[in-house]
Design a protein around this ligand. Structure first.
Ligand SMILES: NC(=O)c1ccc[n+]([C@@H]2O[C@H](COP(=O)([O-])OP(=O)(O)OC[C@H]3O[C@@H](n4cnc5c(N)ncnc54)[C@H](OP(=O)(O)O)[C@@H]3O)[C@@H](O)[C@H]2O)c1
Length: 393
């Protein structure tokens, strides 16, 4: 089969012919129809953690071509069904193949079903960033889930998160939620999830965010419905948010950029007892913040795969509880995507696997937003804004 394979010495990836994988007893063999790109895909090609020869890439959507003998028949999963999910790609030291290939194998419970109302191109933009946002909103920040889920197991692993609600349960005042980077793919799902939690908890939320002005109209409309937006290019955006909130602080913040001074500035608008989550680790060095009122909660989406991950100079421990949440989330996604949760906009890129490095990875830079400076003139090489880059395989 064709696959996009890491060349660690030259810090690139190349299309190669390799043997297709064979599914283990609890796995599915999936023929990949589309892949979508995440900033971590180019980051760990340009700064390799893995060794040469590893298939790169995370997000996939495709069709089941074989089910392992231990896949329960009660799942109803069978050849020809459309599914989506993500693998870890070359984003760790651990030797596990990624998704940018014609075929891949995946445990049966770490995919979700793509129902008939959703296209494969839409579906492929959901799994990794959707789970990233879901982990932050629903178990790190602890908002109410719109599906049955008991956070007991995850709180046993992380007792430090069990700190009570930042708002008084009898308080009828709105809950203030702030998203830095509202037009990121993660942010587009996070906003929808805050709205779903508001409905599930019967509380009023006010949603605040930063995005470039060009995205405000989209973000004020369904399904995001921001109440207040400011431009992150304005130097005084934290003051603008405080003014819009009548001096009240944010009960929850989610920094979907976590780069440079964004974590520190986001912390400056947090209410007393407020909680904050971030997308990049302090250890990775993307941001600096001294004397923060609370240490923001970081987590890697890989936890959801339930394996230990050696990553960015530290180890993400194996977490059965995080895997359990991913399975519950995917089960919900199989029925909720298209009605309760909307897929986010996609940009269908020309070409296939062989164009990923020369085009898609150019657009995403080496992981950081500040490194994205592409000077190409083709229509599909415009800057990425509120959308996922998708390739058909
Ligand atoms: N912890 C994890 O497991 C995990 C998982 C997934 C992603 N991530 C990280 O999360 C971040 C977002 O990923 P993504 O895939 O959602 O990104 P993305 O969709 O590629 O983000 C693109 C958006 O970023 C916005 N942007 C660029 N620079 C900005 C700045 N300085 N301030 C505010 N917004 C800015 C742009 O907004 P405008 O168009 O409005 O200018 C653009 O819409 C990345 O750093 C990624 O590595 C972490």
């Amino acid at each position: 089969m064709n696959a996009l394979v890491l060349n660690a010495e030259n810090r690139t990836a190349e299309q190669q012919r390799i043997s297709p994988p064979v599914p283990a007893a609890n796995e599915l063999l999936v023929k990949v129809i589309a892949i979508s790109l995440n900033p971590i895909d180019p980051l760990y090609v340009q700064n390799p953690l893995a060794s040469s020869g590893r298939v790169i890439g995370s997000d996939f959507a495709g069709v089941i071509t074989r089910t392992g003998p231990s896949v329960p028949t009660s799942t109803g999963l069978k050849e020809g069904d459309r599914v989506a999910g993500f693998l870890q790609g070359a984003c760790s030291v651990n030797e596990r193949p990624g998704a940018f290939a014609e075929f891949l194998t995946v445990p049966w419970d770490l995919v979700w079903r793509v129902t008939s109302g959703i296209s494969i191109d839409e579906a492929v933009g959901v799994s990794l960033v959707g789970l990233t946002a879901a982990q932050a909103i629903w178990y790190r920040l602890g908002l109410t889930t719109p599906f049955p889920y008991d956070p007991k197991d995850i709180l046993e692993e992380h007792p430090e998160w069990k700190i009570g609600s930042p708002t008084d349960e009898h308080d009828t005042a709105p809950v203030n939620f702030f998203i830095y980077g509202a037009s990121t793919s993660v942010g587009l799902f996070a906003a929808q999830m805050v709205r779903l939690s508001a409905k599930a908890s019967n509380k009023t939320f006010r949603l605040f965010g930063t995005a470039s002005k060009a995205r405000w109209e989209m973000l004020r409309a369904e399904p995001y419905v921001y109440d207040y937006l400011v431009d992150y290019l304005d130097d005084d955006w934290p003051e603008q948010i405080q003014k819009l909130a009548d001096g009240g602080g944010m009960h929850y913040t989610y920094d979907c950029i976590s780069e440079g001074d964004t974590v520190e500035r986001t912390a400056s608008i947090l209410a007393k007892n407020g909680r904050s989550a971030i997308v990049r680790s302090r250890e990775g060095g993307a941001w600096k913040g001294e004397g923060l009122p609370v240490e923001p909660i970081y987590g890697a989406v890989w936890e959801g795969l339930g394996e230990e991950v050696q990553y960015q100079g530290f180890t993400v421990k194996q977490s059965p509880a995080a895997r359990g949440f991913a399975v519950a989330f995917y089960k919900w996604l199989s029925v909720a995507l298209g009605c309760e949760l909307r897929p986010i906009p996609i940009r269908l890129m020309p070409g296939g696997l062989k164009n990923v490095v020369e085009d898609g990875f150019q657009l995403l830079g080496a992981g950081g937003m500040k490194d994205r400076h592409v000077k190409r003139t083709e229509e599909w090489m415009r800057p990425v804004s509120a959308e996922k880059l998708v390739y058909r395989i």
